[in-house]
Ligand binder design. Structure first.
Ligand SMILES: NC(=O)c1ccc[n+]([C@@H]2O[C@H](COP(=O)([O-])OP(=O)(O)OC[C@H]3O[C@@H](n4cnc5c(N)ncnc54)[C@H](OP(=O)(O)O)[C@@H]3O)[C@@H](O)[C@H]2O)c1
Length: 318
């Protein structure tokens, strides 16, 4: 089968299209014929081994442990492991398999997948898992979002942010999205009630306060956000500068109760919730650009530039 592999850490230039052996599913896994996958910061961080600590968190010490990247995937089940009863060959599924999506076939735990709702394409399904799971868990589980809450989504225009704005709206919150100048209209089109352009105003000096702040682009001291957090409100850091994330992890450990970092977990029940929201039209995957498998390196380069509005999808096959 064809796959995009990497044999050493580096820029997207080290990725190459290669012929590799088709994987076989272990007893709790499914073998997926991949139709689409999406690119995440998670992929390029593994590729570049950035931050360095990622070497010890699954990327491999001296050479890549998982030579095929691509965490999000959507496709048809080709075969199932002996213990898998929830899926059968031919099922249309999507999920977050961890690794292996930049390929014609991939194996991953069956409990990391759910059925694609009717009317949703492979591309739309592949765009959702990591970004939508992160948004849902950040807003609902860590942020305890409720109707009427004033929610600030910082980094509203990217993959995670485009889902976070929509999911927050689905909880009937009053949503303010923060993005750069050229993306203001895009964030408004996602349903944000208010949009702030961080290039033209200091969002932490507006005087407005929020019940929940989802910080997907943490590039400034979290202390700045204390100014705009309501008493009893919650600040949840999702991504941005690695230095800021580590500093926030430390602060959470020493007991900062209303400011925290969240690392998303793959939970089948949450994927079911996301499938439900996609199927009912409560949320939609917004795809900025699609690339064929052979151009995966270009897809990652494009994502890394930070210019995306929504998600970058890699199509596999015709
Ligand atoms: N905690 C978790 O479990 C988890 C899961 C998934 C992703 N993440 C992290 O979340 C972050 C976002 O992921 P993503 O998939 O949404 O990435 P993305 O699609 O690349 O979007 C990132 C957005 O951040 C904004 N941005 C870039 N530089 C900025 C700056 N200096 N100041 C303010 N905003 C800036 C950009 O929008 P503008 O041009 O509009 O500013 C960009 O669209 C990444 O750091 C990723 O590693 C964490």
């Amino acid at each position: 089968m064809k796959a995009v592999i990497y044999k050493k850490f580096g820029s997207p230039d080290v990725l190459q299209l290669a012929e590799v052996e088709k994987p076989k599913p272990a007893e709790n896994e499914i073998l997926l014929k991949v139709h689409a996958t999406s690119a995440n910061a998670y992929d390029w961080r593994h590729l570049r081994a950035d931050p360095f600590l990622i070497h010890f968190m699954g990327a491999g010490l001296f050479k890549p442990k998982h030579p095929i990247l691509g965490a999000d995937m959507a496709g048809t089940v080709e075969a199932v492991g002996t213990n898998v009863k929830s899926f059968k060959p031919g099922d249309r599924v999507f999920g977050e398999g961890g690794y292996g999506g930049f390929a014609e076939y991939a194996c991953a735990g069956a409990n990391r997948f759910v059925m694609i709702p009717e009317g949703i394409s492979f591309e739309e399904a592949a765009a959702a898992p990591m970004a939508a799971l992160t948004s849902l868990q950040g807003l609902r589980d860590k942020g305890k979002i409720k109707a009427g809450d004033k929610v600030l989504v910082n980094g509203a225009s990217g993959g995670v942010g485009s889902f976070a704005v929509q999911i927050a709206k689905s909880f009937d919150a009053e949503v303010t999205g923060v993005c750069s100048t050229s993306k203001v209209d895009f964030v408004r089109s996602l349903g944000a009630d208010h949009v702030l352009d961080y290039r033209s105003e200091d969002i932490t000096r507006s005087g407005k306060k929020y019940d929940l702040i989802l910080d997907i682009a943490a590039y400034r001291p979290s202390a700045d956000y204390k100014r705009i957090l309501q008493p009893g409100g919650m600040y949840v850091m999702i991504g941005g500068s690695i230095g800021r994330i580590f500093s926030m992890m430390f602060k959470s450990i020493i007991g900062n109760r209303n400011m925290t970092v969240m690392i998303a977990e793959v939970k089948q029940a949450d994927l079911e919730d996301i499938a439900g929201m996609l199927g009912s039209g409560k949320i939609r995957s917004v795809i900025d650009k699609q690339f064929p498998l052979e151009k995966t390196a270009e897809a990652l380069r494009y994502l890394e530039q930070g210019k995306v509005c929504g998600k970058v999808v890699v199509r596999v096959g015709s």
